[in-house]
Design a protein around this ligand. Structure first.
Ligand code: S3P
Length: 172
């Protein structure tokens, strides 16, 4: 962790786990640029993620996601929020873990469920799935996120507290 001054920091975790909110706050506190990969993809396609999936397909989205993450990870000193599906890709995992400090924002399924209604309209991966299918996806992904990374629980999300705690952990 001591080399955080030379590295970019990547936030991973399930959809709606607070990657963008906390990432932005950490970026402010460390005086760094913040990059939200989904936002960058949306800018490139000129449409929201849900429409990119509909018009261009998930494969096109994933390929752009990989290209952008690789590019940003190799540049130092950014704070990067990546979509919840990104870390399912082995190449992305490798590039992030080799070049950056990776933080997994963890939360319980119960806490996450409270955010579902808010997330549903904009998240293509959740469309048409039953709650049981979503829960299965949640646990499958949590296992992969948790496998390699520093983990921070965000069930009771206080943005200031979590970001301060996280910055402190970088410095120790
Ligand atoms: C996805 C998560 C989304 C976005 C896209 C796919 C996923 O990002 O990249 O809808 O597969 O989990 P957030 O994690 O920021 O919601």
């Amino acid at each position: 962790m001591s080399s955080y001054r030379e590295k970019s920091i990547v936030f991973i975790g399930f959809m709606g786990s607070g990657k963008t909110t906390i990432g932005e706050q950490v970026a402010k506190k460390l005086y760094r640029d913040f990059v939200d990969i989904d936002e960058e993809i949306e800018k490139e396609y000129g449409m929201p993620v849900i429409d990119i999936f509909k018009v261009h397909g998930e494969e096109a989205f994933r390929s752009k996601e990989k290209e952008l993450i690789k590019g940003y990870c190799e540049r130092p000193l950014k704070i990067i929020s990546v979509g919840g599906g990104a870390f399912m890709n082995e190449e992305i995992r490798e590039v992030c873990l080799q070049n950056c400090i990776v933080f997994f924002l963890d939360l319980s399924f119960n806490a996450w469920k409270e955010r579902l209604t808010l997330l549903l309209p904009s998240r293509p991966v959740l469309q048409g799935k039953s709650i049981e299918e979503i829960e299965e996806l949640f646990y499958k992904r949590q296992g992969i996120y948790a496998d390699h990374n520093s983990k921070f629980t965000t069930d009771h999300l206080d943005i200031d507290e979590v970001s301060d705690y996280l910055i402190k952990s970088l410095k120790t």
